[in-house]
Structures are given as C-alpha cells and as structure tokens.
Design a protein around this ligand. Sequence first.
Ligand SMILES: Nc1ncnc2c1ncn2[C@@H]1O[C@H](COP(=O)(O)OP(=O)(O)OP(=O)(O)O)[C@@H](O)[C@H]1O
Ligand SMILES: [Mg+2]
Length: 293
Amino acid sequence: MGGAGREGLGGGGQAHVYLLLEWAPGGTLLDLMRRRGGARLDEAEAAARVARPLLSALAHLHAQDLIHRDIKLENVLLGPDGSARLADFGLSIDSSSELPNTRLGTCGYFAPEVLDCPRKRTPFELKARGEDGTPPGYSSAVDVWSAGVVLFEILTGRAPFAAPSAQAVVEAIRQRPIAYPPHLSPEAVSFLSALLQRDPATRATAAQLLGHPWMLQQGSGDGAPPAAGASSSCGGSSSSSCGSISGSSSSCGSSSSSCGSISGSSSSCGSSSMAAAAGQQPAAQDSRVQGGA
Ligand SMILES: Nc1ncnc2c1ncn2[C@@H]1O[C@H](COP(=O)(O)OP(=O)(O)OP(=O)(O)O)[C@@H](O)[C@H]1O
Ligand SMILES: [Mg+2]
C-alpha cells in the first residue's frame, strides 16, 4: 500500500507527485516462477499467496471504477509475508470519467474484447462516447481475464495461449479451446474457467470469484492479506507491454506492436521468461505497445 504526497504547486506551477510504496522484497511472480525453474505452484499456495490477494485488490479497484489494464506476472510483487501485491498502475484508467477503448496492455494477457479495440496514434483519439466511429469500450472484466492468465500460468507452469507467432497468439486468445492439464482439481478448472470466459458478460467479477468454491476450499491460507494488497507504482507512463509470460525488461517506446505470447527479457520481447525458466523455447515474437488511455 502506498501514499502519495504533492508539493511544488506554487511558483513555477510544476507539480511533483511522490508515491510511497510498501517494499515488496520477494520480487515479482515472474521471479518466483524463475527461481522454481518454471515449476507450478500447488493449488493451496497459489490460492493463498496469489489468487486471494490479487482478486481482493482487483475487487477493491473495480468497486471504484478503476481498471488496471496490465495484470501480468511481472506486475504482481511479493510482499514481506510472501503474498501478492499488485503493482504498476501506469496503464490504469478511471472508467467513470474516460472510455477505455484503446488496445493496450500485454498481448498474451489481452482479453478478447481488447483485441477488438484499435491501437491509436494518440491517447485521445475516439474517446468521446457516441462519437462517430467510436470503437466499443471494455470494462474491468479485462483485468479478470488477465488475472485468469496469471493464475493459469502459476497453476500449470505454462501460458494458456502460447503459440509460435504473434498472430497465432491472437487467434488462440480469440478461439482456441483452453487446455486444462489433468493435474488440476475440478474446482480449480471451474475457477479458471470462470475467469477465462471469452464473453465479458459471462465472466465472473473479482468479488464473485472470492466466493468461488475453489477459493473457499483452499481456506484462508497462510500469509494472505485479508484485503487488497495494492502496491501502487504509477509512473504515469502511457506505454505498455506485449507478451504473456513476460520478461524482466522491455522497450516501451514503440508505437506499433506485434503480439506475442511469451515475452522475453530483452527489448524485442522475443523469448519467454517462463519458458526460459523451464528450459523451453520461446513461443512468440513480442514487442511493447505504446498507447494512451
Ligand atoms: N513496491 C515495490 N517494492 C519492490 N520492488 C518494486 C516495487 N515497485 C516496483 N518495484 C520493482 O520495480 C519494477 C518495475 O516497477 P513497475 O512495474 O511499477 O514499473 P514499470 O513501468 O513496469 O517499469 P519497467 O518498464 O522497468 O518494468 C518491478 O518489477 C519491481 O521489480
Ligand atoms: Mg511493470
């Protein structure tokens, strides 16, 4: 959790916003998966350390009409108690005051309805509601989908929409049946299926998912915070990343993008950090997307 302070409004008219964040010493979820060689988390650990705090954070944000828009392994940090903290609000949007209709985020984590939205030359195009040609907007359900991708990754050790090319990743997101490995419990499959509904109208909300039988079955867990674990690190950046199990760094400056499933640790985002952790070949090319709200 963080606090913000503002100063310097007088004189030169410049504002400086400082965010004080809780220190998350455990690194990112991606780091955790790498440390474990790409091995999956067992269901109890995944529920307690990640699913519950992540969904609590999303339920808290969504109740305020805020959409994060870049949920992925590298934006989920691990706090002192080892449980998840949601970070990196650089692409977040207040949907009560602005229409979210830009195709941005991280490609392997794109919800299907995000794929229907355009990339834009500037953040301000096609924003007015009802404006001629305004593309359909999306909702906080996009975060639930992306959280579903994250949880699938940690529960299975692989990305749900991995494919050999960027275009194939997009096609996989749109229509490839999701293969749930047999080691998953029926409740876990039901849970993941509730997040990974292609129709946002039938996708469960974060608040509903906290009451899903799989969550209840896993109990309260060790070390899971009871409420939203949001560690906000908002750089105000309008750029976004594109890739599923994504890497530790990226070039966020490109205004064009190709979509990849598993992004890498370099600016071309061409390799899978999780695949690398597991000693596999990268699945798709990837690059970062720049976009506004
Ligand atoms: N509260 C925190 N505690 C510990 N580490 C943090 C915290 N906030 C951010 N970090 C570290 O900084 C990294 C980048 O933070 P963040 O995701 O907010 O910015 P970003 O815009 O994605 O930056 P980058 O482009 O470098 O990934 C995180 O992956 C994490 O390693
Ligand atoms: Mg980040």
